[in-house]
Write a protein that binds this ligand. Structure first.
Ligand SMILES: Nc1nc2c(ncn2[C@@H]2O[C@H](COP(=O)(O)OP(=O)(O)O)[C@@H](O)[C@H]2O)c(=O)[nH]1
Ligand SMILES: [Mg+2]
Length: 393
């Protein structure tokens, strides 16, 4: 495992990569982009960049003294012991869904009910009132129909069936990132402004540092100087190397350099931040594709045959409810996302939206954000989620 060297703090500023990152074989449509690499420029849509919430650098980011904890490779995965603590947070986050399931669903089967078309439609209408979306509600209804049609059911039958359906919908492989088989694991982080990208990166750094891994960051949100500062504050506090470019420089150049640094300096993990953008801004979405391809090219240049990024995490703000769904759609199409970080689950009752996100886009929810500190983060666990969803207490 690579050792992190606190004295080796590469800050190449906006030094352009030796090989122009913008020139991609077979990317004829991007020929105009090659000029961007020699003179770093702001993202082309800078003037129309999302004018929504632009979170300031946290004045007092409060990592829980992560630097005092020496990373030990044998450190147990934090989520194990956190599981119970997170259960109640999960329940709060799923309150809207839990309430409907636990009160209304219980009510309609109080005295037992015969499962017929009318009853199944009642179930469907009830599920629709939660945040699970039409497709999931239909599947829950259909599965109940298949198992119990023309039979009398009780609450526990319905809950048992619905749990099984949700588990099936959300079935996912390893909830952690897809680690590289050899060499560094490169993770790109995307999402709209204010979703929680930079905070989630800090949480990932904390997580991997705790596991004894060495981390390098790429401050790819070059659009706002404050964003670079914000990530730098976290990098310093969490003891991670950071590659920055000047404000307005080409984010792909930063991504390129961070990827190179990850390979050249034997880091285990490289996480690249990107500027927030709306899923509707097609040229900004195209830029994500370009950054993605250049990360791959950089990886290949340093280590022939490598492909990267290994993970493209889409950070969604759980408080956005159904809007998170349209973000998932836009980003998963344009940015080749491989997983979701559902941030701010601590501040919403609409966490049920995780179900349609998994179902409609086939994107696994890998991590959940439960607060603003780096440790307020957990690997998504489908069993805890389903248990919280149908918890009767
Ligand atoms: N309560 C809570 N706040 C969060 C969470 N994740 C991020 N935030 C806050 O959301 C705001 C925007 O986060 P930031 O990481 O800067 O978003 P970015 O624009 O996507 O990089 C900041 O005030 C964060 O502290 C979370 O899981 N829970
Ligand atoms: Mg940010």
């Amino acid at each position: 495992m690579a050792k992190w060297n606190p004295f080796r703090r590469n800050k190449p500023e906006d030094k352009a990569p030796q090989e122009s990152p913008a020139v991609e074989p077979g990317q004829g449509g991007e020929s105009d982009a090659s000029s961007e690499s020699t003179t770093p420029v702001a993202p082309s849509e800078s003037s129309t960049a999302p004018a929504q919430q632009t979170p300031a650098v946290p004045s007092e980011p409060v990592p829980t003294e992560p630097t005092s904890k020496a990373p030990t490779p044998e450190a147990p995965e934090p989520e194990k012991e956190q599981k119970t603590g997170f259960f109640s947070k999960f329940k709060t986050a799923l309150k809207k869904t839990v309430n409907v399931l636990n009160t209304d669903l219980r009510d309609i089967v109080k005295e037992g009910r015969l499962v017929d078309d009318a009853f199944l439609e009642e179930i469907f209408a009830l599920m629709i009132r939660t945040d699970m979306g039409v497709a999931s509600a239909s599947k829950i209804r259909d599965d109940i129909g298949k198992k119990f049609r023309a039979r009398k059911v009780e609450f526990s039958d319905l809950v048992g069936s619905a749990k099984e359906t949700v588990r099936e919908i959300m079935q996912q492989g390893s909830a952690d990132v897809n680690f590289a088989e050899s060499g560094p694991t490169i993770i790109m982080v995307v999402g709209v402004n204010g979703a929680g990208k930079t905070t989630s990166i800090a949480k990932l750094v904390y997580r991997y540092k705790e596991m004894g891994k060495s981390v390098v960051l790429g401050a790819g949100d070059t659009f706002r100087a404050a964003a670079v500062e914000q990530l730098t504050v976290w990098a310093n506090r969490l003891n991670a190397e950071i590659i920055t470019g000047k404000s307005g420089s080409d984010p792909a150049s930063v991504a390129w350099q961070a990827t190179e640094a990850a390979y050249n300096n034997d880091h285990d993990i490289c996480i690249i931040d990107t500027a927030g953008r709306l899923q509707t801004q097609s040229n900004l979405m195209d830029e994500l594709g370009r950054i993605n391809r250049l990360i791959n090219k950089a990886a290949n240049k340093v280590s022939e045959g490598s492909t990267a990024p290994h993970e493209v995490l889409l950070v969604l703000d759980a408080t956005a409810g159904q809007n998170a769904l349209s973000q998932a759609k836009g980003f998963s199409e344009a940015a080749n996302c491989t997983g979701i970080v559902l941030a701010k689950l601590d501040g919403t009752a609409k966490g049920g939206v995780a179900i349609p996100i998994c179902q409609e886009f086939g994107l696994p929810v890998k991590f959940i954000g439960l607060g603003e500190t780096p440790d307020a983060f957990a690997k998504f666990d489908v069993d805890t989620f389903v248990d919280a969803l149908f918890d009767e207490n």
